[in-house]
Design a protein around this ligand. Structure first.
Ligand code: F6R
Length: 621
């Protein structure tokens, strides 16, 4: 939540600081779009100027075009997801100290802001906004007056703050300096030639550099054109870890598609293929990216708990079926925000798997910390390098989906499922519940999936037509069973988020226990039908469910496997997907549902990349 970018370079003449800040904000806008703002410091130490506007970044761009800012050497920029105070111009960041010498931007929540605000008021400081951030600008100015070293002053202020924060600050007297502090909120450094960058994530600067540095918890960073210095909150110098971003800057562009959402749906064959790439060693054994936990410990694991939120949690639910089947280890899937508040039974034989696209979701991060405190090992499945969750975990399996810019998750979902399958196969191999040739067969089946997804994408016009025809629909239900159940819930979530339509996903077997009361004449219901080649007559049971709802007037939209003609008599509309082994089928069957939601929302004239009220990276609890 809230995107943050900082830049410092040697030259002010070329307008680069503003260009980098605005470009970075465009790439970070998915983190929040209630308002946007920038602050620039001019080289002659004479001016610190700000511009800020409520609403999307385009409003700020228009304001800057109408009233250009002076050239500068340093910039900070912010795109807001409002927490304290309405999303208006006044509450937009940056916030200034009373004398206008310091500008501050902030991601997170300063929980003790009321106390600090009262303290400032008692000293006669008048606050102009309703934000928690403004107190930081004033405290920083007061501290700087005593300790005229911006990084040191920020360190002293940071120690007084409770809650979560990434803060960036600039001072009118230091035109070649941006300082930042982080506590439970993300911040990464981009390393340039004669210039350096700060960003909430690497997307902020990948257009300029792929060399980056990870910052740890409770650290203060100062960047000048030629130097990056980091210290911890106790004032000790720290040597941060460097890494190279493997994302291609072009991957964060729309590439000819009308929206990032549409592009990212089309990126999915690549996302799955890339996540599978290079996972086996010369002997054909699976390897994980970063395993800081003994294999002997993994052999002893007697329970897996997946912690995640939203779409990532549905990926975990899909994984549960595969991991339990392949490894014979019980798998629980828990929403991360519920996990630590229910006193979960976790010990040193529990493997907690944290699934997160951003690697920054606060609920998931807190669940990771809680699990480790209880003695569990934590393995992270994460898409964003340099983020917090992998750094705080015992092992990491990166998804290689590339940058996901649209707020609602699509390609990360498929990559998360793929990575979770890899984890299941890795554990099955390690614990001997599957022979190597069985693992190889499943891997080969997985490698065939990208082509199948491509086939769904190539034949998507029918589902698009259906979506357009249903633009005025007010409620859609989704049914699935076995691995189709989390697919149904993900289909419903996509429709809610993108098209603001009431949608619910149900386990088809649950229908008769209540939800069937919702069925009335014309009610659209998507049904994800399992393969007729699967076990336990599940196929015929789902067909029975379709008959039951159809008999009560439902309009049935059926996702079925190619060749499954048994569905035809019961489907008002049918969308066939290529035959895929049962446990892997969600990678293919969810795609028509994503396309449906995207197309219907587009037909309603909605912004599918930035749905209302949402932020991509939810860094508050
Ligand atoms: C839905 C969506 C969210 C995220 C959830 C977790 O389309 O994007 O439900 O899946 O907020 O985010 P990450 O994966 O970044 O932890």
């Amino acid at each position: 939540m809230c995107g943050i970018v900082g830049y410092v370079g040697a030259q002010e003449a070329n307008g680069r600081p503003l260009e980098v800040a605005m470009g970075g904000l465009a790439r970070l806008e998915y983190r929040g779009y209630d308002s946007a703002g920038v602050a620039l410091v001019t080289a002659d130490r004479s001016r610190l100027v700000t511009a800020k506007k409520a609403g999307k970044l385009v409003n700020l761009s228009e304001a800057l075009a109408a009233q250009p800012l002076p050239l500068a050497t340093a910039s900070i920029g912010h795109t807001r997801w409002a927490t304290h105070g309405a999303p208006n111009d006044l509450n937009a960041h940056p916030h200034l100290s009373a004398d206008g010498s310091i500008a501050v931007i902030h991601n997170g929540i300063v929980e003790n802001f009321a106390v600090l605000r009262a303290e400032l008021a008692s000293r006669g400081v008048t606050l102009v906004s309703e934000t928690d951030t403004e107190v930081v600008a004033h405290l920083l100015a007061e501290t700087y007056a005593q300790t005229p070293d911006l990084a040191e002053a920020l360190r002293l202020v940071a120690r007084r703050l409770h809650g979560t924060f990434t803060l960036l600050a600039v001072h009118v007297d230091s035109p070649s300096l941006v300082v930042g502090a982080r506590h439970d909120s993300p911040l990464v450094v981009g390393l340039g030639e004669g210039e350096n960058f700060l960003g909430s994530d690497v997307a902020a600067f990948i257009a300029h550099t792929r060399e980056a540095m990870e910052l740890g918890q409770d650290q203060v960073v100062s960047i000048t054109p030629d130097e990056v210095r980091v210290m911890d909150f106790d004032g000790n110098q720290v040597e941060p870890r460097r890494f190279t971003v493997d994302w291609d800057a072009a991957a964060a562009e729309k590439g000819g598609f009308a929206s990032f959402m549409d592009k990212e749906i089309h990126d999915q064959p690549q996302a799955v293929a890339d996540t599978l790439l290079g996972r086996t060693d010369a002997a054909g054994h699976l390897v994980l990216d970063d395993l800081r936990v003994d294999e002997a410990v993994l052999r002893q694991v007697d329970k897996i708990i997946v912690v995640a939120c939203g779409t990532a949690a549905y990926a975990g639910q899909v994984a549960k079926y595969a991991i339990e089947h392949w490894c014979r280890i019980p798998v629980e899937v828990e929403l991360a925000h519920e996990f630590r508040y229910r006193d979960p039974v976790v010990d040193s034989r529990t493997l907690v798997v944290a699934v997160s696209q951003s690697g920054e979701t606060m609920d998931t991060l807190m669940a990771v910390r809680h699990a480790r405190e209880q003695g569990a090992k934590v393995l992270a499945i994460v898409n964003t390098h340099g983020s917090t969750i992998p750094r705080e975990s015992d092992a990491v399996l990166y998804t290689h989906a590339g940058p996901e810019v649209a707020v609602a998750s699509t390609k990360a979902f498929l990559a998360q499922i793929t990575a979770a399958y890899l984890l299941g196969l890795y554990l099955a191999q390690l614990r001997g519940t599957k022979f190597t040739d069985e693992v190889t067969t499943i891997l080969d089946e997985l490698r065939a999936v990208p082509e199948k997804i491509q086939k769904v994408l190539d034949g998507a016009e029918t589902i698009r037509e259906t979506a357009r025809a249903m633009a005025s629909t007010t409620s859609v239900l989704f049914l699935g069973r076995h691995v189709g159940y989390p697919v149904a819930m993900e289909g419903a979530l996509k429709l809610k988020e993108l098209a603001y339509i009431h949608a619910e996903g149900f386990a088809a077997g649950e229908l008769k226990h209540g939800p069937i009361a919702l069925i009335e004449e014309g009610q659209p219901v998507f049904v994800v039908v399992p393969s007729p080649r699967g076990r336990d007559s599940l196929h015929s049971k789902v067909i029975s469910s379709i008959q039951e709802i159809r008999a009560r007037g439902a309009h049935t939209l059926v996702i079925a496997e190619e060749g499954d003609d048994a569905v035809l008599p019961f489907a008002d509309e049918v969308f066939f997907v290529p035959q895929t082994p049962v446990l892997l089928a969600p990678l293919v069957s969810v795609v028509p549902l994503q396309i449906f939601a995207c197309e219907l929302a587009t037909a309603k004239g909605l912004d599918v990349d930035q749905p209302r009220n949402l932020a991509k990276s939810v860094t508050v609890e």
